[in-house]
Design a protein around this ligand. Sequence first.
Ligand SMILES: C[S@@+](CC[C@H](N)C(=O)[O-])C[C@H]1O[C@@H](n2cnc3c(N)ncnc32)[C@H](O)[C@@H]1O
Length: 268
Amino acid sequence: MRIDILTLFPAMFAGPFSESIIKRATEKGILEIIVHQIRDYAPDKHHITDDYPYGGGAGMVMKPEPLFSAVESILGLPPLSRDNCVLPEAMQEGMTSPSCVSAYTTVPVILMTPQGRQFDQHVAHELAAHDRLLFICGHYEGVDERVREHLVTDEVSIGDYVLTGGELPAMVVIDALARLIPGVLGAEEATHEESHTRGTLEYPQYTRPANFRGWAVPPVLLSGHHGEVERFHQTESLRRTLRRRPELLRRAELTKEEEKILRKLLKG
Ligand SMILES: C[S@@+](CC[C@H](N)C(=O)[O-])C[C@H]1O[C@@H](n2cnc3c(N)ncnc32)[C@H](O)[C@@H]1O
């Protein structure tokens, strides 16, 4: 997968993407991450990327010209304008966020914004299925509305709080989706039993020593009895989800066996 990121602060990505699993994935060639400085696409000689909001108000707004130029240049699109952006109606109906850019490319152009759809494991899976993605990281008060309306095809929020920029949110989203791309995680790091994969939280995990300062590991985990260990995992995963995030169980994909365990837990 190729991921392009537009940012005013490219250096922020250096640490997280040059360590651990993401580093290994880029070295293996499974993932290519290209970070672009938005300033390089500003047409004026001072490379200005923000300006005061029309109508007044606090803070600065990111100008549309550098962002449009950057996306057009990276994706090889013609200069987009009102004149060449007539989207077929059928296309508009099926899309989350129909925009001018979708008339020319199928690459998702994703704006990080606290006003976007909420990121979760389902969205991570959806994004991981693409072979190319482009992220726009906002800053200051955000981006000119024409960017949102005509340049992006998706808007994603990592939660109901406001950060200073879209860089950390983009890193969160990229990290979560990257580990779902086949080959990024080794077999020993498989994702199928993890929290949120099937709509439940993962069961508690223990490692050596079996007894740490008097706190012992549940004996069933040392029993070597595969069936009982499996039942312990299912029960504890459901118990934990019920206690901490009961609303998740409405959407969870449970097996018949898990439904039985859940009914028992509900009865107390
Ligand atoms: C200070 S915020 C702007 C918030 C904007 N004025 C608003 O009220 O929606 C600056 C940038 O940080 C990013 N950002 C902040 N919080 C975010 C969140 N929860 N999810 C995704 N991006 C976020 C966005 O790229 C945004 O353009």
